[in-house]
Design a protein around this ligand. Structure first.
Ligand code: ADP
Length: 349
């Protein structure tokens, strides 16, 4: 059992503030994903939890124990890295048992724990191979096995899927999810890939410039982004945005007007709506001049500009009859509008 608590955690590299006053409470057994663009401070946060990076200020608790001063080996965490970090001259089996041999764990106990990891990860037939004789996905599985044998209280994953091709990434993603479910271990997973974040996380912490902008379940974050950054970062293709004003409960952008019930007047507002929330509707307020159609099979993405020259994207079904250069009217159901204040980027509705 181990919850992880970060309290007012800050990391500075000289003038660069990599992580700023971060508060995060991860309950036991949760799979939490730290997600954000490159350089936002995800890895630094993870490395501070692991004890690989000194903290500038704040506190880290693992299982209610303050670990600020503890060595990495005494924190009961196992880290899985992007580059696998396997020893090339050792077999899979030797790689799996290595950290336990260093920790002088009893030989029989090592055998037993390696056997368990081999079973969990389906590595039976690969035990005698060296890393160079494994595929990328298999190497990643061995790297996870090395983390498992240590019976950690917390798994820390640092972009472990980045070196895999897209198909394998999908497969290993499912394996990681199953593994975490079966092992009941608190996990913190770092990624810049929002699809990975949405599919793996019980909750996501979306980070921007060293600050958590939102913490929530994937659906909460997707359906109710609290900031413009989160709205833009989560979702592919990204949310459509239109700049305008809110006056007398109406959002006005050029010739377009939509109702913005219960919102105060605002001279610099942004209206957002997702591509799948646009509906082809003869009475719709958005007139789209279709410029590009991407047919992806299951669905199609239609890109164009509206009457105010805003770029918009619409998601429709795969066998759409819409053509390039067509003009179509679109509407959005009112409960799918996202309004933001363009001055501080905070959600208004
Ligand atoms: P992410 O994992 O989100 O890509 P990092 O945590 O690696 O981001 O980095 C956060 C910020 O801290 C970046 O601006 C990065 O350049 C800076 N940084 C990371 N490590 C160092 C270091 N050792 N020295 C100076 N700056 C660093």
């Amino acid at each position: 059992m181990a919850n992880v608590e970060l309290k007012n955690l800050t990391k500075k590299y000289g003038d660069v503030v990599a992580v700023q006053n971060m508060d995060l409470s991860i309950p036991h057994n949760e799979f939490l994903v730290l997600v954000g663009p490159s350089g936002c401070g995800k890895s630094t946060t993870l490395r501070m939890i692991a004890g690989l990076e000194e903290i500038t200020s704040g506190e880290i608790y693992i299982g209610d124990q303050l670990v600020n001063e503890k060595d990495p080996k005494d924190r009961n965490v196992s880290m899985v890295f992007q580059n696998y970090a396997l020893y090339p001259h050792m077999t899979v089996k030797e790689n799996l048992g290595f950290s336990l041999r260093i920790a002088k764990v009893d030989k029989k106990e090592i055998e037993q724990r390696v056997k368990e990891a081999v079973q969990i990860l389906g590595l039976d037939e690969l035990q005698k191979r060296k890393p160079s004789q494994l595929s990328g996905g298999q190497r990643q599985r061995v790297a996870m096995g090395r983390a498992i044998v240590r019976n950690p209280k917390v798994f820390l994953f640092d972009e472990p899927l980045s070196n895999l091709d897209a198909k394998l990434r999908g497969q290993v993603r499912i394996e990681i999810k199953k593994l975490q479910r079966s092992m009941n271990v608190t996990s913190v997973f770092v990624t810049h890939d929002q699809v990975e974040a949405m599919t793996l996380g019980d909750r996501l912490a979306v980070i921007n410039n060293g600050i958590i902008e939102q913490i929530g379940t994937p659906i909460e974050v997707y359906e109710t982004p609290k900031t413009l950054f989160v709205a833009e970062f989560i979702g592919t293709p990204k949310m459509n945005f239109i700049n305008g004003k809110i006056k007398n409960q109406k959002f006005v952008a050029g010739k377009t007007e939509v109702s913005s019930n219960h919102l105060p007047d605002n001279d610099k507002a942004i209206l957002g709506f997702r591509p799948e929330d646009l509906i082809v509707d003869n009475n719709g307020k958005f007139l789209l001049n279709v410029e590009i159609i991407e047919k992806l099979g299951a669905d199609s993405l239609i890109y164009g500009t509206d009457q105010n020259q805003n770029l918009l994207c619409l998601r429709v079904n795969g066998n759409t009859k819409i053509n390039v250069n067509e003009k179509i009217n679109l509407s959005v159901s009112e409960d799918k509008y996202h309004f933001f204040d363009a001055t501080n980027n905070i959600r208004l509705n």
